[in-house]
Ligand binder design. Structure first.
Ligand code: ZN
Ligand code: CU
Length: 485
C-alpha cells in the first residue's frame, strides 16, 4: 500500500482474518470506519500507532444469539459484550423481540426476560432503529422479529393456533418489520405463548421472510426427548418457505438424551446437503431461561437468577430454598414465579461435539437483565478461545475465531463484517492468546474476561485497559440481507 496517512495503524500483530486461515504476522491500518490497508510492514504513517507486541488481531466477534434488544438502549456501554471482544450482537432470538409490539399489560414469559413492562416495547422496527441512531450503543445490532412478539400483539390468548385473520395481521407486521430493517424471523416454539402454534402458522410467516429476504431462527419445540422430531419440523419449515434456517443454541437436554449429539448432527449434516442451515451454541453444560417446573425436574441442579416475588434468592439453589420455605420444589416454583433460573442439564461431550461441528457459530444467549445471570453473558467468547481452543485443544485458535466472525457474518449475510480485509469495517479485537480466558462463574457471573486488550467498533476504540471508553460507535445494521452460502 502507498504512503497515505491513516487514522490508526496497529503494528506487529498476529493477524487472524476470520476465514479460518492460519494467522500471519503483519500490520493493519484504519481510516474512518474502515480497514484501509493490511500488510507485513506498512509504510504509511498514522495519527495513532499501536504496537500489538505479537498479540492476535482478529475481526470483532459477532454474538450470534442474544437477548440484548433493550440492553443496547438502556446500557449503551454494553460492557458485558465488548469486554469479551464482541462488536456486533444479533437480537430478537427465541421468538421474543422488543418490536413490533403494542400491549397494555406485563407480557407473558419469556418475553418478560427482555421487556418486563409494556412501556419497554417498540411499536415498530423503524422506531427501534431510530432510537439506536439517536442514542447509539457501543456495539452494532442485527435485529430479528420474534413470532411470540407478533402473537402477543395480535392475539388475546396463546393456548391455541392463530386464526386466519390473526395470521394475516402477523404477516403484515412482519412484512413491515423486514422492510424497516429486521433481519429475519425467530420462533420460540418450546415456550407456552408459542407452543400451540402449528407448523403451518410458522410456514405462513416464513413465506413473508422468503418474499422480503432474511432468515428464520428457532428455539425448537423440543430439545429433549423429541429433539429429532423438532429438527425435522425445522428443516421442513425451511424447505416449504425456502428460507435459510438457524437452529438456536443447539443442545440435547436431559439425562436420557445425553450422547445424542451424534444423531442430531448427523440429521443436520444430511439436511444441509439440501438446504441452508446454520446453528449456534454456547460453551456451557447449563442453560438459562424463565423458571419452569418441567425444566427443574429435568435438571441435576437449578439456580435461581431472579424472582419477581421474593428478594435475595438470586444465585441460590432451588432445593435449598424449598427446604427453607418448607415447600416442595414445585410449590416453591409457584411461590417465587415469575422468576428465572439456570439449569444443569447438558452433557459436556455433546456440548463439545456441537461446538466442533463445522457449521456451528458461537452465541452467548446471555440474559442481560437477570439479577444473577448465567456466566455465559460475560464469559462465552473468551471461554471458547481460552478454555476450549487453547486448553482443551478442541480446535485451532483460527477455527474458534472463524466460528465467532467469518462464519457468523456469512450465515447472517453481514456485508464487510467478520473479516480482516481492505475495505471491511474496522470492527476489531486485539487479544493475548496465552492469557485470554473467561473469569465469570456461576457464583460470580458478572466479571470481565482476561486477555482482551483492545476492542474497536467501526474504527473507534470501545474497550481499553480493562474498561469501556466513552465511545458509542455502534449501528443498527438494518440494510443487511442474507447471502447464499
Ligand atoms: Zn432460546
Ligand atoms: Cu435465547
Amino acid at each position: 500500500m502507498g504512503a497515505t496517512k491513516a487514522d490508526m495503524v496497529i503494528r506487529n500483530a498476529m493477524l487472524i482474518d476470520g476465514s479460518g486461515a492460519a494467522g500471519v504476522a503483519g500490520d493493519l491500518a484504519v481510516t474512518g470506519e474502515r480497514i484501509t490497508a493490511i500488510g507485513p510492514s506498512l509504510v504509511c504513517g498514522a495519527d495513532v500507532e499501536i504496537d500489538a507486541g505479537g498479540k492476535v488481531l482478529a475481526p470483532g466477534f459477532i454474538d450470534a444469539h442474544t437477548h440484548d434488544d433493550r440492553a443496547v438502549l438502556t446500557n449503551r456501554a454494553m460492557a458485558c459484550k465488548i469486554s469479551q471482544g464482541v462488536t456486533t450482537v444479533v437480537t430478537g432470538n427465541c421468538g421474543i423481540s422488543i418490536a413490533p409490539v403494542t400491549i397494555k399489560t406485563r407480557p407473558p414469559g419469556p418475553l418478560d426476560l427482555v421487556c418486563p413492562s409494556p412501556d419497554d416495547f417498540m411499536p415498530s422496527f423503524a422506531a427501534y432503529f431510530a432510537a439506536l441512531e439517536k442514542a447509539p450503543p457501543a456495539v452494532n445490532v442485527v435485529a430479528q422479529a420474534g413470532h411470540t412478539s407478533l402473537r402477543v400483539s395480535v392475539m388475546d390468548r396463546f393456548d391455541r393456533a392463530a386464526s386466519e385473520g390473526e395470521i394475516e395481521q402477523m404477516k403484515a407486521l412482519l412484512r413491515q418489520a423486514l422492510k424497516d430493517g429486521a433481519a429475519g424471523l425467530s420462533t420460540g416454539l418450546y415456550y407456552p405463548p408459542a407452543n400451540a402454534a402449528p407448523r403451518e402458522e410458522i410456514e405462513a410467516l416464513a413465506q413473508v421472510v422468503h418474499e422480503e429476504g432474511g432468515f428464520h431462527s428457532t428455539h425448537m419445540r423440543d430439545e429433549a426427548d423429541g429433539v429429532a422430531v423438532s429438527l425435522e419440523e425445522t428443516f421442513r419449515i425451511g424447505r416449504t418457505a425456502q428460507v435459510p434456517i438457524i437452529i438456536s443454541h443447539h443442545k440435547c437436554v436431559g439425562l436420557a438424551n445425553h450422547g445424542r449429539s451424534g444423531e442430531t448432527l448427523g440429521l443436520i449434516d444430511a439436511a444441509r446437503a439440501k438446504q441452508q442451515i446454520g446453528l449456534d451454541v454456547y460453551p456451557y453444560v447449563a442453560s438459562s431461561t424463565i423458571l419452569n417446573k418441567d425444566r427443574v425436574a429435568l435438571s441435576s441442579r437449578t439456580l435461581i437468577t431472579w424472582s419477581g416475588k421474593a428478594d435475595g434468592l438470586e444465585g441460590r439453589d432451588i432445593e435449598e430454598v424449598a427446604a427453607e420455605m418448607g415447600l416442595s420444589v414445585d410449590a416453591t416454583v409457584e411461590a417465587i414465579s415469575p422468576a428465572g433460573a439456570i439449569y444443569f442439564l447438558m452433557d459436556e461431550a455433546d456440548v463439545k461435539a456441537i461446538m466442533a461441528y463445522p457449521a456451528t457459530m458461537i452465541g452467548s444467549d446471555g440474559l442481560p437483565h437477570d439479577r444473577h445471570p448465567h456466566p455465559r453473558l460475560w464469559g462465552t467468547f473468551p471461554r471458547v478461545l481460552g478454555h476450549y481452543a487453547r486448553d482443551e485443544k478442541l480446535f485451532p485458535l483460527e477455527t474458534a475465531v472463524h466460528k465467532m466472525t467469518g462464519l457468523t457474518a456469512r450465515t447472517f449475510g453481514l456485508k464487510d463484517r467478520g473479516v480482516l480485509g481492505e475495505g471491511a469495517f474496522a470492527d476489531l479485537v486485539l487479544f493475548d492468546p496465552a492469557a485470554v480466558i473467561d473469569t465469570a462463574t456461576f457464583e460470580r457471573p458478572e466479571t470481565p474476561a482476561a486477555g482482551i486488550c483492545q476492542v474497536f467498533v467501526n474504527g473507534r476504540g470501545v474497550w481499553r485497559n480493562g474498561a469501556a471508553t466513552d465511545a458509542r460507535p455502534g449501528k443498527g445494521l438494518c440494510g443487511e440481507r442474507f447471502l447464499t452460502q
